[in-house]
Ligand binder design. Sequence first.
Ligand code: SAM
Length: 245
Amino acid sequence: QRTHFGYQEVPTEEKASRVADVFHSVAARYDVMNDLMSFGIHRVWKRLTLERAGVRPGQRVLDIAGGTGDLTLKLAERVGENGRVVLADINASMLKVGRDKLLDKGVGGNVEYVQANAECLPFPDNSFDCITIAFGLRNVTDKDAALRSMTRVLKPGGRLLILEFSKPESQVLSKIYDEYSFRLLPKIGELVANDAASYRYLAESIRMHPDQETLKGMMENAGLERVEYQNMTGGIVALHRGIKL
Ligand code: SAM
């Protein structure tokens, strides 16, 4: 598959190691780059995700591909001392930055840190009331396996929330967004993080990610029900939610 800009999808076997390189490389500057590249809007997207998650005190939540722990931090406040949040990520560098940040912010004993691959989660069936994955699914090599694995570890009645870049609703927005992500974003990456390649990968992975309806179908195939999504910022980002019944 080729994009308009001539990038080619990375073969499956190379993708995992490329993703690992990218996140080892960006871990230390991840938070500041996130704010810069999204003009701080990622905070609004995450706030909406938390609202839709509807997590209550005492619940068990998995924040997979949780990286530097933005969602985990807020989820931990919501589940309270009798609940539990697992911050899981495949990448040790991202997990370490996340763990240090949360400990600095005084997050206590209701958060656990686990290095794990979303494709084969190391948890028993029916473990969590809610699972969140924010800007993580597009980096996963076998997305169907990850969706099946997440569904497996959800409790019946539990919900999966996927926050991810998606397909802009209008052609004009799509053009502006392409210019931004393929031309400006690698430049910002070069200037701020001295790493244009990682940010070029980011733009490429966003382009390759399934659109809203395709992802909805994939969630249904994995066994989730009542799947729905809402676009944010004109479809640049979408929040999908499905329930395991
Ligand atoms: N959720 C955080 C946020 O919204 O700021 C971090 C998102 S970051 C863009 C993507 C994260 O996905 C990285 O920390 C990366 O290591 C993780 N990741 C990539 N592939 C993964 C996989 N197969 N399983 C678990 N985590 C993965």
